[in-house]
Design a binder for this molecule. Structure first.
Ligand SMILES: [Zn+2]
Length: 512
């Protein structure tokens, strides 16, 4: 019996044929042969449907409603079903490139998608500016809680986006900023590959400025048994040493060692325990780890980076990337704020350490929109770099709204300004309300400019969780469904906005 792909390919208009049969608008790149059948995605109104055209006796593991279809006098079966979790899991099992995998040390970009509808736009950017391996499923526990999304929702959204665009080059998945074992458990169950471990709650930021007596008391009180060493042993190994890190030497005197140990000692013990928990949860499933200490109050000094890496290695932790907190300000959604020469010197130290002690990648968190530092990072890190972005994709959805649905965008903008003070608490931002562009001050044509004005952009960035979960006095979601509707109705505009935004992000890292 002829294969279904051959049968429909012989038709003058294969897409039109599938659209006629399914009653939906077919995504052309989604057409995927599978064991003699054809899978595809189509849009029916606001929802996306999975289609499978196959031999009548086909038994695939999808939940589909089946009907007969006659093509050139060949009797086939057309199944149509929801893009739900069951079908996503079946798709990943049957079509391996729709499942995420480990990316190792490949130069990479994290494309967090808070709304779960940006992956096709991300893929278009990757095709336009190839050279970085993508992480298409990425969300921190904090942001999942804020938007009422589950780790499974995040994985599934990437799966469907990959099928929709016919992306066969593979992708990673990043369970971002995990702080507890429970965070690990829920993300492991959803099938993530990269686990970003965040020990921020165990970092002692005061260690930078503690007086000698306080420092000494804290040093004695460190959890030495959990660290599987002792203060004398640590001193004998590390104090007053000079470390050769390739192109330079780093010295660590006794005081620096003491401050690093007090600042990060408990965090290192916590990380080692998280790592061992992850090992036992994952069993023989492949996984990889990122260490993130970027959300501390003060920058990670080179000697501290060295200390963290050496201690974690001593405790058996392995990782593919590490995010220090670099000098300067990495505020949400805007360019780097600080002295570029200072950044370059700082980044060079971290890059040398990552190369000498790993190699592992340096991860740039809150990495979106930092256009002025990309050339520096690309030059100094080479391929050993990971650029992590998240909220900036939501802003491109808002940019699309500003162009196609000005009443809705005006409402969101006013709401964002109103809620900024309250919502900014857990973010690094410095926007001021008195400088923001208010809806009343902008014509319809000027609305997209609100996305490019520093203060207004940050307000829109940090309020996304409140916007997505805000309810009216009748209990209905105030914005959420309308945002999805508009972004779906105008999905080509949305994808185009994402494409150009991310080409700009990736270009500086390509061919370096
Ligand atoms: Zn981070």
């Amino acid at each position: 019996m002829a294969r279904v792909l051959d049968l429909i390919s012989r038709n003058r208009d294969p897409i039109g044929l599938l659209e006629h049969l399914s009653g939906g608008t077919v995504y052309p790149h989604s057409i995927t042969p599978l064991a003699g059948n054809v899978l595809f995605l189509c849009r029916q109104g606001a929802s996306t449907r999975l289609g499978c055209l196959g031999q009548p006796d086909t038994a695939l593991q999808f939940q589909l409603t089946r009907a007969e279809a006659d093509i050139d006098r060949t009797l086939l079966t057309l199944g149509l079903g929801e893009t739900n979790a069951h079908n996503a899991a079946a798709l990943r099992a049957l079509v391996p490139h729709t499942a995420s995998s480990c990316l190792g040390l490949a130069k990479s970009v994290g494309l967090g998608d808070r709304l779960g509808i940006a992956t096709p736009g991300h893929i278009r950017a990757l095709r336009a500016a190839p050279g970085m391996r993508p992480i298409l499923a990425q969300q921190s526990i904090r942001e999942m809680e804020r938007t009422a999304r589950t780790p499974q929702d995040v994985i599934d959204a990437a799966t469907w986006g990959v099928l929709q665009e016919g992306w066969t080059d593979g992708y990673g998945s990043d369970a971002d900023h995990l702080k507890t074992r429970a965070d690990i458990d829920v993300c492991a169950a959803a099938g993530f590959c990269l686990y970003t471990l965040d020990p921020r709650d165990h970092v002692d930021n005061a260690a930078d400025t503690d007086d000698a007596a306080t420092l000494s008391a804290k040093l004695d009180a460190l959890p030495w048994s959990r660290l599987e060493t002792s203060l004398p042993a640590l001193r004998a190994n590390d104090a007053d040493q000079s470390w050769d890190i390739g192109d330079r030497a780093l010295t660590c005197n006794d005081e620096e060692l003491a401050r690093a140990a007090v600042k990060y000692g408990s965090a290192i013990a916590h990380l080692a325990e998280m790592y061992r928990h992850l090992l036992s949860v994952m069993g023989d499933r492949p996984f990889e780890v990122e260490i993130s200490v970027d959300e501390t109050e003060t920058p990670t000094r080179p000697v501290e980076h060295l200390f963290i890496a050496k201690e974690l290695q001593r405790l058996g932790v392995r990782w593919v990337s590490l995010a220090p907190r670099f000098v300067g300000r990495f505020e949400k959604g805007v360019d780097y704020i600080g002295d570029l020469t200072a950044f370059e010197q700082d980044f060079a130290w971290h890059a040398s350490i990552a190369r000498a002690l790993g190699p592992y990648k340096l991860s740039l968190h809150s990495g979106s929109d930092k256009f002025s530092i990309y050339p520096i990072a690309a030059r100094l890190a080479g391929d050993l770099v990971h650029l992590k972005t998240a909220g900036t994709s939501y802003l491109e959805a808002l940019r699309t709204l500003a162009r196609v649905d000005s009443p809705l965008f005006r409402e969101i903008l006013a709401f964002a300004i109103e809620h900024y003070e309250q919502d900014k608490a857990s973010y690094h931002v410095s926007a001021r309300i008195d400088r923001m562009l208010t809806p009343g001050a902008l014509s319809d044509e000027q609305l997209p400019a609100a996305l490019d004005q520093f203060d207004t952009r940050q307000a829109l960035h940090v309020t996304f969780g409140t916007v997505m979960t805000q309810r009216t006095s009748f209990g209905a979601l105030r914005f959420r469904d309308r945002i999805y509707q508009a972004a779906t109705l105008y999905e080509e505009e949305h994808y185009a906005a994402l494409r150009s935004h991310f080409v700009r992000h990736m270009q500086p890292f390509i061919n370096t």
